[in-house]
Write a protein that binds this ligand. Structure first.
Ligand code: ZN
Ligand code: FE
Length: 254
């Protein structure tokens, strides 16, 4: 069993601390800053065994070296990104498994936002840490990858079970939801979801995790092959990649 603690930092980043209940082994996913992580570890009376990085951007690896210096923790990242992830000491590749005590995750490579971006998927616990690839009702910008690579990556995530909890790295949900609604102003499920999001945000609460089942129904970036959706957005029925590309460009200009 995994215990998960969400630490909101900067404007809209989430750092996660995860603890394997049986062994007490603890990892930090994408530490942007060190102070809030240290504070939470002390509150929990834990030390840090691992850092799991999804990709090389500074708001995900910014505290790697300070935390490694303090806790002598190992740092896990994509072997392909070894030149860009500070302090990396455990190199993983697509399909590798990584054990945090008794809890095991699988590495899924999801290039697109960056080349070599990875997710950590805990199948038994039904949860995924997906960094900046899939957001609730959105997806990451394409900084290094092409639309075809990103579509392949999103399809990998979409193939996971509906009950998978989606732990992404940013609270972008309300803005994403407003974009989704601009594409489908009559979507009642979306309207209802937006009310829920607004209520939570007005109380200062997080909208993360979402579930993959809900994302499959409402996230525009997982619906590039849904005929009814494509039609209502006013797109001609083209390829998945072309549809995705247009939706992504619309969001970039939203
Ligand atoms: Zn990023
Ligand atoms: Fe980020």
């Amino acid at each position: 069993m995994l215990e998960i603690f969400q630490i909101p930092v900067l404007n809209d980043n989430y750092i996660y601390l995860i603890t394997d209940a049986k062994s007490g082994k603890t990892a930090c996913v994408d530490p942007a800053l060190h102070d809030p992580v240290i504070e939470k570890l002390e509150e929990l009376d834990k030390k840090l065994d691992f850092i799991l990085n999804t990709h090389h951007h500074n708001d995900h690896v910014g505290a790697n070296l300070q935390l490694q210096k303090r806790y002598k923790c190992e740092i896990v990242g994509n072997e392909k990104d070894k030149a860009r992830i500070p302090g990396i000491s455990i190199f993983v590749n697509e399909g590798d498994t990584f054990k945090l005590g008794d809890s095991e995750c699988r590495v899924i490579e999801v290039s697109g936002h960056t080349l070599g971006h990875i997710c950590y998927y805990f199948s038994k616990e039904s949860l995924i840490f997906c960094g900046d690839t899939l957001f609730s009702l959105g997806c990451g910008r394409l900084f290094e990858g092409t639309p075809d690579v990103m579509v392949e990556s999103l399809l990998k995530i979409r193939s996971l079970p509906n009950n998978t909890k989606v732990y992404c790295a940013h609270e972008y949900t309300l803005n994403n939801a407003n974009f989704a609604l601009s594409l489908e102003p009559k979507n009642n499920k979306l309207k209802k979801k937006i009310e829920q999001i607004k209520t939570r945000r007005s109380k200062g609460l997080s909208t993360i995790p979402s579930t993959l089942g809900e994302e499959k129904i409402l996230n525009p970036f997982l619906r590039f092959d849904n005929d009814a959706f494509i039609k209502s957005v006013g797109l001609k029925k083209k390829s998945n990649v072309e549809n995705f590309k247009v939706i992504r460009e619309m969001k970039d200009n939203f």
